[in-house]
Design a protein around this ligand. Structure first.
Ligand code: 9WN
Length: 423
């Protein structure tokens, strides 16, 4: 067990960020994830901004330098060759000038750049950097609604569990049954060589992850075709809340920078999204749940995705409901927020997104709860996060029952969130 002196927490976090810094982007952790990941980078920039504002902007600029012509921002950019991660560029086969994956990830960039701008000490420099990103983030948002909400319902679907950032959540189990495994090319996983296989997704899940990648690759990664051609289409409230929050934040930033057209477009997206989100509320679980777009049915799974919805400006009653749900969970585990309801028999304390606590989730949920006036529970989440660090160091995720560190170690976004919490 690692034990940290609380006074040294900032210095330790900084050390982790610097260790994983590759100059213009940061890897999530050495070994397990040797490339740039989309939402990791955007959240990491927040931590970096406390000690180097310029470097923080560079992190996000590097990501957007690899935006696709259609507006999509890929979930991985394979800057430098490494065989330490599977699936690598050959499996994705996206034919980009610098290799990238072919799917996306939760769009936190709009939120992140507004926060970087708001807190910037050098406003003129920040305005210039923000101006360079504004239209690119807007194009990504436009891409989402055009390609992942083809019937204009106001909510976007993910087509691959990796897009959600919550790879093996119980949310996907049922819809995932519809994804075949036949014909997947033989492969060797690398993740289980770096991390304990008992903490990672199963082989059956990996087969399906790969089937989807091969299916989309066979369609030439043509985003205008992928949505309808995917046997997996799920509307995730957490993912949509991030997009809605980013639209609102981008709109505010655009107003501040004198770009009224971008502001108006993003405000309209956010308003439509917020109105549609209401259809995912579950009174029984006192939180939001996913919708399986293929069947139109809500998915009976109380995961952290439905709590993360508070990151958007949801109605006060729903925010209160989410606060009460987290309080109830706090009576069942030692550390909050578990990634799945511990009262559910499917909860697994150490298996990745099926139970463990993640500091990035804690950060966004606490931020949303605070904005909704639920300050007490927000403070408890921050406290729990710092206790986890003191007990177990900067892990990828933690067993919420014991606080044990799981997955990769010396993890970038965990360290970045700690800097956000303590600064
Ligand atoms: C697949 C990098 C990423 C995070 C995700 C997390 C995990 C990758 C994997 O690691 O996903 O994208 O191979 O397990 O689930 O949220 O962005 O830290």
């Amino acid at each position: 067990m690692t034990s940290l002196d609380p006074a040294k927490v900032y210095d330790h976090a900084l050390e982790v960020l610097k260790e994983n810094d590759r100059g213009t982007y940061t890897v999530p952790t050495k070994g397990l994830y040797p490339f740039q990941w989309n939402w990791d980078s955007c959240l990491t920039a927040l931590g970096q901004s406390h000690y180097d504002e310029g470097r923080a902007w560079t992190e996000i600029e590097t990501l957007f330098a690899h935006q696709w012509p259609d507006g999509m921002v890929p979930h991985i950019v394979f800057h430098v060759y490494s065989d330490g991660y599977f699936p690598g560029p050959d499996v994705w086969g996206t034919n980009r000038p610098t290799a990238t994956s072919g799917i996306t990830q939760p769009p936190v960039a709009g939120f992140a750049i507004r926060r970087l701008y708001d807190r910037a000490k050098d406003k003129a420099a920040a305005a210039e950097r923000a101006r360079g990103l504004l239209a690119k983030v807007d194009a990504w948002h436009e891409w989402f609604y055009a390609n992942r909400d083809p019937r204009s319902e106001g909510l976007v679907a993910i087509l691959h569990p990796w897009e959600s950032g919550r790879d093996n959540s119980i949310d996907w189990d049922e819809a995932f049954e519809r994804v075949p495994t036949e014909g997947v090319a033989p492969y060797t996983r690398r993740d289980t060589q770096h991390a304990d296989p008992a903490h990672r997704p199963t082989k059956a899940q990996y087969d399906r992850y790969l089937w989807l990648v091969e299916h989309f690759r066979a369609l030439g990664w043509d985003n205008s075709r992928l949505h309808d051609a995917s046997p997996f289409q799920v509307v995730d409230p957490g993912f949509n809340a991030i997009l809605i929050r980013s639209c609102t934040d981008l709109a505010d930033l655009a107003d501040a920078l004198g770009e009224p057209a971008i502001a108006a477009a993003n405000r309209a997206r956010a308003a439509k999204g917020l109105a549609a989100l209401g259809s995912l509320w579950s009174a029984a679980h006192s939180q939001y749940v996913c919708q399986d777009r293929t069947t139109g049915m809500l998915i009976d799974s109380a995961s952290i995705g439905g709590l993360l919805a508070v990151f958007a400006a949801i109605p006060a009653e729903q925010a209160r409901g989410i606060a009460r749900t987290i309080e109830r969970q706090a009576g069942l585990v030692k550390y909050i927020v578990p990634s799945h309801d511990p009262a559910d028999t499917r909860f697994e304390a150490k298996r990745y997104w099926r139970g463990p606590a993640w500091l990035v989730m804690n950060y966004m949920i606490a931020d949303g709860l605070k904005a909704a006036g639920e300050t007490e529970i927000a403070a408890r989440i921050v406290e729990s996060s710092l206790e986890l660090i003191a007990r177990s160091g900067f892990a990828e995720y933690y067993d919420p029952l014991t606080g044990e560190p799981c997955g990769g170690g010396r993890f970038t976004w965990t360290a970045a969130m700690v800097i956000e919490f303590v600064e």
